[in-house]
Design a protein. Structure first.
Length: 246
């Protein structure tokens, strides 16, 4: 009888087992790596927020000889055009104060975003500082909720090419009161908001467009009073060389 030599090597089943094991190990490694990245990012965001809050408080102390504490928590700071993850998501009926420093280039474009909490969902999820129609000398805000759509308000005379403005937008009283202003800590206009299903924001975005450039954006998880708004706006003015008294 013919004798066959004993064959060596892996069977198909053995190879499949090895491949599956390698895939599992790779998946575990990727998940662990992503976890390390997330923790590092969150740590960097927390450090940046803490340093910025201390910088604003120190700035106020040196100028007024009083210890000033910022209301709420700084959860987002974008230095220059771009986008950043919030230190913690903004959910529910949270009170919010959003600030932005904006260089006006021209008025040939309209309805462009200066600073926004994102993601935005038309008809239910907007919290923006933006520009008015092309040719307008006004800047405005827009808020959308699940109860009210396209809530807007504008301030004229502040969109002047070659100028830099500092604006703010906030909601208070469990996000049922809205107010905003440009180049002044005092409110330009105040209105109401119908109770809604709540916010769901994860990022702070400061885009650059043909009409201008956003130099900075900050968002606090709180509704600031006029004194605090003035302090933050003066700090922004000093840091970004903006002329004016706020």
């Amino acid at each position: 009888m013919k004798s066959w030599a004993k064959q060596t090597g892996f069977t198909i089943v053995e190879l499949l087992i090895v491949i599956v094991v390698i895939a599992i190990l790779a998946a575990i490694t990727i998940v662990a790596y992503n976890g390390v990245q997330d923790r590092a990012r969150n740590s960097a965001l927390a450090s940046q927020a803490s340093q910025t809050e201390k910088s604003i408080a120190t700035w106020a102390l040196l100028r007024s000889n009083e210890i000033n504490s910022l209301g709420g928590t700084l959860v987002g700071y974008q230095d220059g055009p771009g986008s950043t993850k919030l230190l913690k998501p903004i959910n529910g009926s949270a009170n919010i104060t959003l600030y932005a420093v904006y260089d006006v280039t021209n008025t040939s474009t309209g309805y462009s975003t200066i600073a926004a909490l994102t993601p935005t969902i038309s008809g239910s999820q907007y919290f923006n500082l933006d520009t008015n129609p092309a040719g307008s000398d006004a800047l405005r805000y827009r808020i959308d909720t699940t109860s009210q759509v396209n809530i807007i308000g504008g301030q004229s005379g502040v969109r002047v090419p070659g100028s830099t403005v500092i604006g703010w937008l906030q909601v208070s009283n469990n996000a049922t009161t809205r107010s905003f202003g440009y180049n002044s800590a005092a409110s330009t206009a105040t209105g109401s908001l119908t109770a809604h299903s709540g916010w769901s924001f994860t990022d702070l975005t400061a885009p650059q467009d043909a009409g201008g450039k956003t130099r900075a954006a900050l968002v606090f998880l709180d509704a600031h009073d006029q004194t605090t708004r003035s302090m933050v706006m003066q700090w922004l003015a000093d840091k970004y060389n903006v002329v004016g008294s706020f």
